[in-house]
Design a protein around this ligand. Structure first.
Ligand SMILES: [Zn+2]
Length: 260
């Protein structure tokens, strides 16, 4: 039983580390972001499943031996069960603390956006998703409402700078985030990065997922609005948020390796 649990735990850890490695090392991921993200999700689910199975095996083993009154030989299972539960508890505490800290840091900004979104300058609906243009937010580009209402917020100055084609492209990009539930994916990436922060390249992992969801949303926008409109929107975004990855993302759209 212990050997089965160990094998399952090792396989689980391997799966959980292979996914982040894949996302931070494999160069093809930039041109196949959806496939790369799918593989990571598969690794994440497989790893979590195998670790849970390993813990279940040692706990069940210890409980069975205790119930049968086995003396002497059951201490290994009992110690392994307690160790497994302790590791799980520490992991859950670390992940919970990181999630609470991130949420507390973002709250004032999120609250301010929610107040502004209560009286938008204009409102449109694209692909079933509500899009609000809000004033009083210089520097704001476009984003999925952080309050989690499945809608898109666009800064009014950004909207004006985009022009109509750029606006539609920027909105199509954000709508893709909403439809793809990218906020949930990013949350899962954050929790995985926290849990494996000591694994080599673990720190780059969250950024890698963030980049992939941006590329997937860019591809969705290209399908809907065309490459030129997306490039136009990215150029304006680069002006509003210097140092962001918008310029590199625009170059990717015209690479000979780019395929939709
Ligand atoms: Zn985006």
């Amino acid at each position: 039983m212990i050997i089965a649990a160990l094998a399952s735990a090792l396989a689980g850890l391997l799966a959980l580390t292979v996914g982040p490695w894949l996302l931070t090392r494999a160069r093809w991921r930039v041109f196949r972001p959806r496939l790369a993200l799918g593989l990571w999700l598969a690794c994440l689910l497989a790893g979590a499943g195998m670790l849970s199975a390993a813990l279940g095996i040692v706990v069940a083993d210890a409980a069975t031996l205790t119930a049968a009154g086995t003396a002497g030989g059951d201490w290994v299972s009992t110690v392994a069960a307690w160790c497994g539960l302790a590791v799980l508890g520490c992991l859950a505490a670390a992940v919970g603390a990181a999630a609470a800290s991130a949420s507390a840091d973002a709250r004032p900004y999120d609250d301010a956006l929610t107040r502004l979104a209560a009286s938008p300058e204009s409102r449109v609906v694209r692909d079933g998703v509500e899009v609000l243009v809000i004033a009083g937010t210089p520097g704001l580009t476009a984003l999925v409402d952080p309050a989690g209402r499945g809608r898109v917020l666009v800064g009014s100055e950004f909207a004006r700078a985009l022009g109509s084609a750029g606006f539609e492209a920027a909105v199509a990009h954000e709508v893709a985030h909403v439809r793809g539930r990218h906020t949930l994916l990013l949350r899962a990436a954050r929790l995985t990065a926290v849990a494996f922060s000591r694994v080599p390249r673990g720190l780059h992992f969250e950024q890698a997922v963030r980049t992939l969801v941006e590329l997937i949303a860019d591809d969705a926008a290209v399908r809907r609005c065309g490459r030129d409109a997306v490039r136009e929107a990215l150029a304006v975004q680069a002006r509003f948020a210097p140092g962001c990855s918008a310029e590199l993302r625009a170059q990717r759209l015209y690479s000979p390796f780019y395929v939709l």
